[in-house]
Design a protein around this ligand. Structure first.
Ligand code: CA
Length: 225
């Protein structure tokens, strides 16, 4: 079960992400409206939790764009705006539920449970791309008959790349997701971990590699022999 969380308030986003992940939902957090559209269209989410007041494009705009693109992923609007007019706007634009801040974690989980059950209650346990399989529970990376145990950071970095295997993931995005938005990690830290992972891929004899896209970030690539 995979959720896209769109909330620009970092501390709230982190809190929601923790609540969801503790309950077994894999959660990708983005912090502005444009990234929300980009992520929503690049991966198959079971639910999108969408704040209304967002930088670059507000939640209503994001929702409109997604519904116009015929995307029927359930959307729960999450916002401080609690007026009836806002709720009506959200629901008219195609939102499936509407929750106002502040909220209780149990209420959030109950609503998330109700919305995601519509698509079946399968918790994502493995990510695959090419000949690679990453077990999200044990952090074991497998390729053909070989396996390696990944350390926490290597696991986290590879996980981000594998969630969006056809997308270039920006270095900034990797830092935010793996080290945290408040960290002092730099491009060099990312580079170091990418090179560790490349060594693991080489050891496994995988046909998958990590390509560096100059000035932008990284992307997985399958090399055919
Ligand atoms: Ca906001």
């Amino acid at each position: 079960m995979r959720i896209l969380l769109v909330e620009d308030e970092v501390s709230l986003s982190n809190a929601i992400k923790t609540i969801l992940e503790r309950s077994g939902y894999v959660t990708d957090a983005v912090y502005d409206g444009l990234s929300a559209v980009e992520y929503a269209q690049s991966a198959d989410y079971d639910l999108i939790i969408l704040d209304v007041m967002l930088p670059l494009a507000d939640g209503f705009e994001v929702l409109r764009t997604l519904r116009r693109a015929k995307m029927d992923t359930p959307v729960m609007m999450l916002t401080a705006k609690s007026t009836i007019a806002d709720k009506v706007t959200g629901l008219n634009e195609g939102a499936d539920d509407y929750m106002t801040k502040p909220f209780h974690p149990e209420e959030l989980l109950a609503r998330v449970g109700a919305l995601t059950r519509r698509k079946g209650n399968i918790v994502l346990r493995k990510l695959t791309f090419g000949d690679l399989t990453l077990d999200l529970g044990s952090a074991v990376l497998a390729c053909n008959n070989e396996t390696v145990q990944l350390s926490k950071k290597k696991f986290e970095v590879l996980k981000v790349l594998l969630y969006n295997p056809t997308m270039t993931i920006t270095t900034e995005n990797l830092i935010n997701k793996v080290w945290g938005v408040d960290s002092s990690a730099t491009d060099n830290n990312v580079e170091v971990y990418i090179s560790f992972i490349r060594k693991k891929l080489k050891y496994l004899g995988s046909t998958v590699g990590i390509r560096k896209i100059h000035c932008l970030g990284y992307r997985l690539e399958e090399f055919r022999c």
